[in-house]
Design a protein around this ligand. Structure first.
Ligand code: ATP
Length: 428
């Protein structure tokens, strides 16, 4: 028997015999008729049973969320309001669900986020939750396509590392046999070594770990970082690749899922490129013009970024950040070394990406280590790759969950993360 999905039913002629596999979401028992609300990964259908002609299992004993196989005839002229209708002939319970459910999949009552995350597999059975991760997959697919079309090679670099990418305290320590090592904060150093290795343009999609103690709606302790590095390039080249990637990712979501997202309340707008650019200094002036005081080298607070973001429709770049705010590998601005050839991509007050042209001169790099209080011997494996003709290069790192959160206007980054890792949560 050929299996069908709910979404395939509308293309069939009436009375076609079909077999669907999914879950029983609800059962409504009437005097002469029983309606089962059936759900698979593509939608909802109604299984209709006439009591007097039913010879199958006791349907009233089937618990909600049991996995089932249902065979029956498709009724093209069915009158069900919830979806296509099937006159049920055989129902097989493939695996029963326990009851009561710790989390209702179909009830309109919204559980709190902690309960939802504790029972995430059930939470994800809800269409409006599930759709977020389908969109995230398309978003990444669109970014991958754009990068691949532009000559980038996808790479995978170690996550257990001997040296901290940026030094600092935001590191998780890992006992690695006899040695103490760290979970990588970012693939930065390895991406740059691969530039010296002649791969020319590389990208990586992988986990990044930050032992930051803050617990906000936009920080995770493990997130998915989309990183690129490109040889013989500067910050302007990297910004162009970033705009193209974001637009391609959003276009992919819109073209493949626009209708489904609209049905679940998400309106996807494809941004126009190029995105506007504003320097750090111009941003300071603008924000100060609205009554705020900023000292040179201060980072902007979310409130200040809100003021700045109000003048832009959606995405915008803040460029030329002060050197004190950027990591050691960031290229100083040749016109004024207090500033750097760097940028952040913002969406209103939310930062999505940091990037820059990188230092390629080993002498300058050593000076930058010292100015940030880092020991060059901790980075000798990295520094060596700069001694033998390291090309000028640039790149960026983008938080996938942040971009997804912005795209779908989600209130909390945990909504864009299958199994969030935060200050309090390491399970499931
Ligand atoms: P923030 O200032 O928002 O804490 P950051 O300056 O530490 O971010 P970078 O180290 O520049 O961020 O990382 C690049 C991108 O990675 C960020 O723009 C963001 O999208 C993502 N990112 C960084 N830290 C986190 C985090 N803790 N949780 C989720 N995403 C993050």
């Amino acid at each position: 028997m050929e299996k069908h999905t709910v979404s395939q039913l509308k293309a069939l002629t009436s009375d076609t015999e079909v077999t669907l596999q999914g879950w029983i979401q609800d059962i409504r028992v009437m005097k002469n008729i029983i309606f089962l609300v059936f759900r698979d990964h593509t939608g909802i259908a109604q299984l209709t049973v006439k009591r007097d002609s039913w010879k199958g299992i006791n349907l009233e004993s089937v618990s909600r969320e049991s996995a089932v196989s249902a065979t029956g005839t498709f009724l093209a002229k069915g009158v069900s309001k919830i979806g296509p209708e099937i006159l049920l002939k055989v129902l097989t319970v493939l695996n029963p669900s326990r009851s009561p459910l710790p989390l209702a999949v179909s009830d309109p009552v919204n559980s709190d986020i902690e309960t939802r995350l504790n029972h995430r597999f059930l939470d994800l059975r809800k269409r409006e939750v599930n759709v977020v991760f389908q969109a995230q997959s398309k978003l990444l697919w669109g970014i991958r396509k754009f990068l691949s079309d532009n000559g980038f090679v996808e790479v995978h670099t170690p996550k257990v590392v001997a040296a901290a990418t940026e030094g600092g305290a935001d590191l998780f320590r890992v006992q690695y046999f006899e040695k103490e090592t760290y979970l990588n904060q970012s693939p930065q150093l390895y991406k740059e070594i691969l530039i010296s290795a002649g791969l020319n343009r590389v990208f990586e999609v992988g986990p990044a770990f930050r032992a930051e103690k803050h617990n906000t709606v936009r920080h995770l302790n493990e997130f998915t970082s989309v990183d690129i590095e490109m040889a013989f390039s500067d910050h302007n080249d990297a910004m162009r690749m970033l705009e193209g990637s974001v637009r391609s990712g959003i276009s992919e979501v819109s073209s493949s899922m626009g209708k489904e997202l609209a049905e679940t309340g998400h309106n996807i707008l494809i941004p126009e490129i190029p995105f506007p650019r504003i320097t750090y200094e111009e941003s300071v002036k603008y924000i100060e013009g609205h009554g705020e005081k900023i000292n040179f080298g201060d980072d902007f607070s979310p409130e200040q970024l809100k003021i700045l973001g109000n003048q832009f429709h959606d995405f915008y770049f803040i460029t030329k950040w002060p050197a004190v705010l950027r990591p050691f590998y960031t290229m100083p601005d040749p016109a004024n070394s207090e500033f750097t050839n760097s940028f952040d991509l913002q969406y209103q007050e939310k930062e999505i990406t940091s990037g820059a042209q990188r230092v390629h001169d080993p002498q300058m790099l050593v000076e930058r280590f010292h100015s940030k209080g880092l020991r060059e011997e901790d980075f000798s494996f990295y520094l060596e790759s700069f001694m033998y003709g390291m090309p000028p290069h640039a790149g960026w790192g983008l938080g996938l969950e942040r971009l997804c959160m912005i795209l779908l206007d989600l209130p909390n980054i945990r909504e864009a993360t299958l199994f969030p890792r935060d200050r309090n949560r390491i399970s499931p």
